[in-house]
Design a protein around this ligand. Structure first.
Ligand SMILES: Nc1nc2c(c(=O)[nH]1)N[C@H]1C(S)=C(S)[C@@H](COP(=O)(O)O)O[C@H]1N2
Ligand SMILES: [Mo]
Length: 388
C-alpha cells in the first residue's frame, strides 16, 4: 500500500472526517438510491486496469454503478495528481499574490477563511476522462466553499493580462535546447478577464470539511465551468504576467490536436484544454419491481434535454432532475424507465442537448473523429449490459 493510500484512508477514517461525511448533501428525492428489492446490474464493459505509469497519478476513479447521490462522497471522489499527493503544513503557509501588481498580497489560511464565503456545487471532470481505456471515472460533483478570487485580484491591482496559478508540487521536466535537467512546478494560467469571473474561488472546504490533502489542502482553485486541470491544488502563488504562460500543463500537455484539411492541405490544429464541454453518460442500470431503469448524468453546459437510445434504436427523452444552478456547472441526473427488457445483451447510449440546441457529438462527428489526442473526449458514450 503506498503512502498516498495510507494517508487518505487514515484521514477519512478520522472522526472529524466521518462527521463531515454524514453531513453531505441529501440525494435528489426523484433519483434516490435503489430501494430495498432493487439491484444494480454492472456494465459488461468495465475500464481497463490502471497501467503502472498512471497508477501514481490517478486515484479513486468513480465507479459508475455506485452513483446514488447528487454529491459524490469525498472518499469516492477521484484524484489526479501529476507529481503525487502533497502534504502542505498549515503553520507558516501563505498564499502570495504578486508579480505585476500595484499591491502584492500575502495571506494565511485564517485570513482567507475570514473573507466573504461562497459555496458552489460544481462537477469537476478530468479532460482525459473517456479518452483512455482505463479512464472513465475521472469525474465527481462536490460542494466547494471558499472566497471569491476577483475582489482579491482587484485589491492587488493587476498591471498584466495573464494570471498564473502555481501549485506547490513539482517534478523533473524535459525542457531546454540543448536539454537541461530542471524541475518545473505545476502551474496553469488564465487571462485576467477569465480569472475575474465571479464563480472562481480560493477553495478551502469540500463537502463541508477542510480539503483533504489529496484534493489540495490548504487552498485550491475552483474554476466552475472549466475542465479539472484548471483547478490548481496546493495553491502557493498567484502571479500576474504581461505575456502568455506556456508551461507543461498549458502548452505541452493538455493540448488537443486535431487533423484539419483546408483547400486540400493537411495540417494540425492545436487548442488548449479549457472550458468543460457538453457531455452525458449512462451511470447504471437498476432492476426494480416494475422493471428496469437507466440512470445517468449530463453536464458541461446548461442542459435542456437528455436522451437515451437502446440497441441503436430511437432516441427517448429521459426525465431530468431539477437544475440547482442554471449555468450548468453541476451535473444533472436523469433517468429512463425501460419496463420489460428482453433477456440478452443490450447497448445503452446517451446524449445531452444544451439550452442553445447543441447536441453532444457522436463518435463520428469531426470534432471527435479528427482528434489525435485523448483530451476533451466528450463524444456520446455507449455501455453494454446483459439482462438475465
Ligand atoms: N497542483 C496541482 N493541481 C492539480 C493537478 C496536479 O497534478 N497538481 N491535477 C489537475 C487535474 S489534471 C485534475 S483532473 C484535477 C483533479 O482534482 P482532484 O484530484 O481534486 O479530483 O486537479 C487539477 N489540479
Ligand atoms: Mo485532469
Amino acid at each position: 500500500m503506498d503512502e498516498h493510500e495510507i494517508t487518505r484512508r487514515t484521514v477519512i477514517q478520522g472522526g472529524a472526517a466521518l462527521a463531515g461525511l454524514a453531513a453531505l448533501g441529501a440525494p435528489l428525492a426523484a433519483l434516490a438510491a435503489p430501494a430495498s428489492g432493487e439491484s444494480v446490474i454492472p456494465w459488461l464493459d468495465q475500464p481497463a486496469p490502471i497501467p503502472p505509469p498512471a497508477q501514481g497519478i490517478l486515484g479513486y476513479p468513480l465507479v459508475w454503478e455506485d452513483m446514488d447521490s447528487q454529491i459524490t462522497p469525498d472518499e469516492k471522489f477521484f484524484t489526479v495528481s501529476h507529481h503525487g499527493m502533497q502534504i502542505v503544513r498549515e503553520p507558516g503557509w501563505r498564499l502570495a499574490l504578486d508579480g505585476l501588481v500595484d499591491r502584492p498580497l500575502s495571506l494565511s489560511l485564517a485570513e482567507i477563511r475570514a473573507l466573504p464565503r461562497r459555496e458552489i456545487a460544481y462537477t469537476l471532470e478530468c479532460s482525459g476522462n473517456h479518452g483512455l481505456p482505463f479512464l472513465i471515472g475521472g469525474i465527481g460533483n462536490a460542494n466547494w466553499t471558499g472566497t471569491p478570487l476577483a475582489p482579491l485580484l482587484r485589491q492587488a491591482g493587476p498591471r498584466g493580462t495573464e494570471i498564473v496559478f502555481w501549485g506547490s508540487d513539482s517534478g523533473p521536466a524535459s525542457v531546454g535546447d540543448p536539454p537541461a535537467p530542471v524541475v518545473e512546478h505545476f502551474a496553469r494560467s488564465m487571462s485576467l478577464d477569465e480569472a475575474l469571473e465571479q464563480d472562481i474561488l480560493l477553495c478551502y472546504d469540500m463537502n463541508g470539511t477542510p480539503l483533504h490533502p489529496a484534493h489540495g489542502f490548504p487552498i485550491r482553485l475552483i474554476a466552475p465551468g472549466w475542465y479539472g486541470i484548471a483547478n490548481v491544488k496546493w495553491l502557493s502563488r498567484i502571479e500576474v504576467l504581461n505575456t502568455r504562460y506556456e508551461g507543461r500543463f498549458m502548452a505541452r500537455e493538455y493540448v488537443t490536436q486535431r487533423k484539419v484539411t483546408r483547400d486540400g492541405k493537411e495540417s494540425v490544429r492545436f487548442t488548449l484544454v479549457g472550458r468543460a464541454l457538453l457531455k452525458s453518460a449512462p451511470a447504471r442500470v437498476v432492476r426494480g419491481d416494475g422493471g428496469y431503469r437507466i440512470e445517468g448524468v449530463a453536464w458541461g453546459a446548461p442542459i435542456a434535454r437528455s436522451e437515451v437510445r437502446i440497441d441503436g434504436g430511437p432516441w427517448q427523452a429521459a426525465s431530468l432532475a431539477d437544475a440547482r444552478n442554471a449555468s450548468g456547472i453541476e451535473w444533472r441526473r436523469w433517468s429512463l424507465p425501460v419496463g420489460a427488457w428482453s433477456p440478452g445483451e443490450h447497448t445503452v447510449t446517451s446524449r445531452a442537448i444544451d439550452t442553445r440546441g447543441n447536441v453532444q457529438p457522436t463518435p463520428e462527428d469531426p470534432s471527435i473523429a479528427t482528434k489525435l489526442t485523448y483530451w476533451e473526449s466528450n463524444g456520446q458514450i455507449t455501455r453494454r449490459v446483459r439482462i438475465a
